[in-house]
Design a protein around this ligand. Structure first.
Ligand code: ADP
Ligand code: MG
Length: 262
């Protein structure tokens, strides 16, 4: 049986240079996968490629999700299909509150009227009352302060608050597969904890998560079912949660030595 998200022999070039060199990965809903790798190994290239960023040229391979090769789809279509990729929001929008932004994101994701006719006003998108209920429910679940919804988007947001935004957006959009690229810069322990707790709270049999990270320590908080190590554009090792611990102890050099690299 095939997995919910299947990445097959993915080759990706950036500015003419091959970065991903035949990456294979399968993720099922209900699972947490972590990809770890040294700087420059191609982690963000994978995230950007899944997102459909135009600078990342797929030269070979396929990415299957719900019976479609999503490489042919626009970022928007991928999102509507149920794929969530962090950082899909612009970095600054003056005068737009977190709540406003969330409502716009939901309406973009679910533009069709509710076929049951239960009060969804078609092109008007999610009714305000329903939206507020959903927002409150998700913020409660994530133990977020209600005042956060009234903050202006990214206006002086700390690293931790940007992560809160990311997790809240994920909770609101209820994706089937979520990809979180935990960039290496400025990720303090607070931010790590926010993302991890958020993912743990959102986990369900209907959600699969791919956490991409340089740091082992995030995996002290998120319990991955599968850990994959990316070196030089390929997954060179896969295992259970114990692989992350082993990596923490021995470092990436241990993996590279095993590969006969210098
Ligand atoms: P990681 O996230 O694992 O640190 P990246 O995927 O960001 O690695 O980068 C892998 C390689 O691809 C690096 O050599 C980087 O310079 C190059 N690269 C990635 N994105 C771009 C880009 N947009 N423009 C030019 N080079 C890029
Ligand atoms: Mg990166």
């Amino acid at each position: 049986m095939s997995a919910d998200l299947v990445i097959k022999n993915l080759h990706v070039s950036v500015e003419g240079r091959e970065i991903l060199k035949g990456l294979n990965l399968a993720i099922d809903k209900g699972e947490v996968h972590a990809i770890m790798g040294p700087n420059g190994s191609g982690k963000s290239t994978l995230a950007n490629t899944l997102m459909g960023h135009p600078a990342y040229e797929v030269t070979e391979g396929e990415v299957w999700f719900k019976g479609q090769n999503i490489l042919a789809l626009s970022p928007d279509e991928r999102s509507r299909l149920g794929l969530f990729l962090a950082f899909q929001y612009p970095s600054t929008i003056p005068g737009v509150s977190v709540a406003n932004f969330m409502r716009t994101a939901i309406n973009a994701r679910y533009p069709q009227p509710d076929p049951s006719g239960n009060g969804n006003g078609g092109s008007k998108g999610i009714p305000m009352r329903e939206f507020r209920r959903l927002l409150r429910e998700k913020m409660d679940m994530l133990k977020m302060d209600a005042g956060f919804a009234r903050r202006y988007l990214n206006d002086g947001f700390s690293g931790g608050e940007k992560k809160r935004m990311e997790v809240l957006q994920m909770a609101m959009l209820q994706p089937e597969i979520a990809v979180l690229d935990e960039t290496d810069s400025g990720l303090d322990i607070d931010a790590v904890r926010i993302v991890s707790e958020g993912v743990n709270q959102l986990m369900s049999p209907d959600l699969g998560v791919l956490v991409i990270t340089h740091y082992q320590r995030i995996l002290n908080y998120i319990k991955p079912d599968h850990v994959h190590i990316l070196v030089d554009g390929r997954i060179v090792m896969s295992g259970g949660p114990e692989l992350a611990l082993e990596l923490e102890e021995k470092g990436y050099d241990w993996v590279k030595e095993g590969l006969g690299h210098d």
